[in-house]
Write a protein that binds this ligand. Structure first.
Ligand SMILES: [Zn+2]
Length: 137
């Protein structure tokens, strides 16, 4: 009788233990702290990096425009994307060491307002350095 009682207890504990283990596996799978291959923070941080590259490009362009305007009697008032890419006005004049390479294919740079005054450089995707279009900064 005591032998049967022991084996029943062992069977019961085995079933309970197995159920708990399955429960933990289930919880770990459906409510992961770190789910492999699907960290939702990753794409956002990559987009953040593109945005920072874009703002850094705009600062480079603005610096090049300022240098150009110091050298020239007729200053640069307006600017389009063609002026900043490889082979553009600012690279040809030596104001940009290398043409600007946009971080995304849809990034396109242009001036907003007169660059001899309070004008600024904007990207059609990311906005201006002072007024970013996205709020992720
Ligand atoms: Zn951009």
């Amino acid at each position: 009788m005591s032998k049967d009682g022991f084996s029943l207890l062992a069977l019961f504990l085995g079933i309970v233990g197995g159920a708990l283990l399955l429960g933990f596996v289930f919880i770990a799978y459906y409510f992961p702290i770190v789910r492999p291959g699907g960290n939702p923070g990753y794409p956002a941080s990559r987009e953040g990096a593109r945005e920072r590259t874009c703002y850094s490009n705009m600062r480079r362009i603005l610096g090049a425009v300022e240098a150009y305007n110091m050298d020239h009697e007729i200053m640069l008032e307006n600017l389009t994307n063609i002026d900043v890419i490889t082979g553009g006005l600012l690279e040809k004049g030596g104001y940009l060491k290398k043409g600007i390479s946009p971080p995304t294919p849809s990034c396109s740079y242009r001036s907003l307002g007169s660059l001899t005054g309070s004008g600024k450089i904007v990207c059609d995707v990311h906005g201006a350095v002072e007024e970013p279009l996205s709020s992720s900064r």
